[in-house]
Write a protein that binds this ligand. Structure first.
Ligand code: 5RP
Length: 223
């Protein structure tokens, strides 16, 4: 099974979490794109979708799936999205595609976060993938200096602007021993909009596409 076949397989598997006549939260990235394509087959069963990025909104629209603003949606049973790295605890690094802020907002509203990944994304420790941090443009250098104090090596994602008009610093080399603590620490730096650590609100279900089939992990609830 190729990596894309693994992504497609978990995307299809994720359909069983879609609740009828309800809104569904939809993430961003190549795995989420496979999910959107699968979702199109059952679109008549949906009330609508909430998108976590402009690109996802475009793809949903291209399939004729009704999208609504999060502010108009009071109940979001499920959010389905990929990750750059995920631990069995449900803690993730996200934001490789730069959509971390909207992803974190939609995930916060959803009752259940279903993470869909190929086998290469499952890790024992987060941080080999550079941690994306969305920053207000005028705070870029200040935030970068603060991230260096935490042991990281921030790299400005040149030429990239988020859907919210901000910048991304990709932070290499962080020693993420306690993902929840580091998420809180980085979030508190003035000028940081969102850190791509999704640990306080991690995944409730992880679907992993592997050559031998799909594995489901249900992390125990965090306090
Ligand atoms: C985008 C994300 C994606 O979920 C993450 O980058 C994984 O993407 P892919 O499914 O293409 O590997 O967080 O901001």
């Amino acid at each position: 099974m190729t990596q894309d076949e693994q992504k497609r397989a978990v995307a299809r598997e994720a359909l069983r979490f879609v609740e009828p006549d309800a809104y569904i939260g939809v993430g961003s990235g190549s795995t989420a794109n496979f999910f959107i394509d699968e979702l199109a087959v059952i679109k008549h069963r949906l009330r609508g979708a909430v998108a976590s990025s402009a690109r996802t909104a475009e793809r949903l629209k291209s399939h004729g799936i009704w999208i609504d603003e999060l502010n108009n949606v009071d109940e979001l049973p499920v959010y389905i999205d990929g990750a750059d790295e995920v631990m069995e605890s449900g803690a993730m690094i996200k934001g490789g595609g730069g959509a971390l802020t909207r992803e974190k907002i939609v995930a916060a509203v959803a009752r259940k976060f279903v993470c869909i990944v190929d086998a290469s994304k499952l890790v024992k420790k987060l941080g080999a993938f550079p941690l994306p941090v969305e920053v207000i443009p005028m705070a870029r250098s200040y935030v970068a200096r603060e991230l260096v104090l935490l042991g990281g090596h921030p790299e400005w994602r040149m030429g990239f602007t988020t859907d919210n008009g901000n910048l991304i610093l990709d932070v290499h080399g962080l020693n993420i021993v306690d993902p929840i603590a580091m998420e809180a620490q980085i979030s508190q730096i003035t000028g940081v909009v969102t850190v791509g650590l999704f640990a306080r609100r991690g995944a409730d279900v992880i679907l992993i596409g592997a050559p031998e089939g799909i594995r489901t992990i249900t992390p125990t609830r965090r306090k």
